[in-house]
Write a protein of this length. Sequence first.
Length: 506
Amino acid sequence: MHPLHRLPLLVVVLLLPAAAWGLAPPRFPGSSHPRARANAVGGYEYETRYFRQRLDHFSFPGVEDDDAFFQQRYLVGRGGGWAGRGGPIFFYCGNEGDIAWFAANSGLVWEAAPRLAALVHRYYGESMPFGSKAKAYNNSKSLAYLTTEQALADFAVLLADLKRNLSAEGSPVVLFGGSYGGMLAAWMRLKYPHIAVGALASSSPILQFEDIVPSAIFYDLVSDDFRRESISCFQTIKESWKALDDQANGEDGLLKLSKTFHLCQTLKTSEELSDWLSSAYSYLAMVDYPIPSEFLMPLPANPIKEVCRKIDSQPEGTSTLERIYAGVNVYYNYTGTVGCFDLNDDPHGMGGWDWQACTEMVMPMSYSEDRSMFPPYKFDYASYAEGCINSFGVKPRPRWISTEFGGHDIATVLEKFGSNIIFFNGLLDPWSGGGVLKNISESIIAIVAPLGAHHIDLRPATPEDPDWLVSLRESELKIISGWLSDYYGARGALFQPGALKDSSAC
Ligand SMILES: *[C@@H]1O[C@H](CO)[C@@H](O)[C@H](O)[C@H]1NC(C)=O
Ligand SMILES: *[C@@H]1O[C@H](CO)[C@@H](O)[C@H](O)[C@H]1NC(C)=O
Ligand SMILES: *[C@@H]1O[C@H](CO)[C@@H](O)[C@H](O)[C@H]1NC(C)=O
Ligand SMILES: *[C@@H]1O[C@H](CO)[C@@H](O)[C@H](O)[C@H]1NC(C)=O
């Protein structure tokens, strides 16, 4: 099998259609998942608005150019937290997701926010340049404006305009983001310090580029999560790749595999199946929350424990592949309502992330030999680039992100230069391998939750939340309050939390 045909989406979920990458990076879990429930954040009301955004912030189109602007969706509302005129604005840096996902999975921001705004990332959801997705995604020329630099400039332009419209020029802005959105939040704070006073960058693997961290770290951490639950489960998965290949190469192999795994269609290659399985393991590791969730899929608390329980508890004599089928059923069919598995079921067409991974967001991914439960694979830039040329006609710029935003030697670089960033990571989350896990300075803080998964801090509070989660959210908000006090203090203004609740916010 080819290790990863899929890019791990930082907060995106769903599988890439089998692509040409040697080993596509895993995707971030989540954002455009159809099953996200907007109403999970009950009671917080927001308005959806559109803003006329410039397609290219770094050039000057002719006045006759019809495509020079597009409608960018954003939401604005008042959260349940501190309120008041001149009060802070919390800004959620949209990732590849849509509003429903944001609302359902960013409870922390809603619950603490005074005023709140969130911008949908260009080229995702309804924020389509050129008037339609078909046109925006047509080719490398139309996709050329899908970059992190343009996205950050979108945030900056929108925030400045929004503050003017709200007569809120004096309001400090705090950035929030999870996963890819967390990377944007951190980078935004570094690039636009005059626009935002600080950033909470949750589960943002800003070091997952070039050789800053080992390329095998992501899948090593996925594997560790399984080994931690059960060694035999880890072993069964590790052995299953060979069993899968053997079966595939036998007589009617693909047909038999398709039956074993209850697939809707007969497999064309065994890679389709191995990609589907490794995606499930990666996503399970990202969402290995101690409470039930519906972030990517409806799942029980501690889903990896549940998957391993299934794999381990099959009766004696059950084949390796049947055990694997029973295990992944927990991920793909927890509700028990799926009639057959459709491997090509990608209603959201995560094409946008694939483009980003093929241009700037090149995150080398390997499978190590010993620590990993995946078949060994070493990242091969040449085949990765070839996949990108085939898919999009572009060649990646693997060094561009670290040139633009830094990353090498980050502690020394940022210690004297940056301020007011919280990097949250949960160590069960495989993306923590590319995260900032150590404090850099008094105000560039790493908060690490040994039992946390992908941006668990941002999720809405629930009565079942363990104490460590409750207290880590409190610490984050306390640090953010400190940034705000500094901001107002430096301006001789004392912000009164809770004052002026009737202000005509938003
Ligand atoms: C896509 O690009 C091709 C070649 O430039 C053009 O002929 C076609 O009309 C475009 N399609 C859309 C949907 O814009
Ligand atoms: C600010 O107000 C102008 C004029 O009504 C409007 O065109 C623009 O979209 C508003 N900006 C934002 C961010 O909503
Ligand atoms: C999903 O789970 C139900 C209930 O356990 C089962 O009957 C069904 O066959 C499963 N679907 C697939 C595709 O395996
Ligand atoms: C970073 O410093 C804060 C206190 O300023 C502390 O709570 C936190 O545990 C430190 N993080 C790490 C990873 O040591």
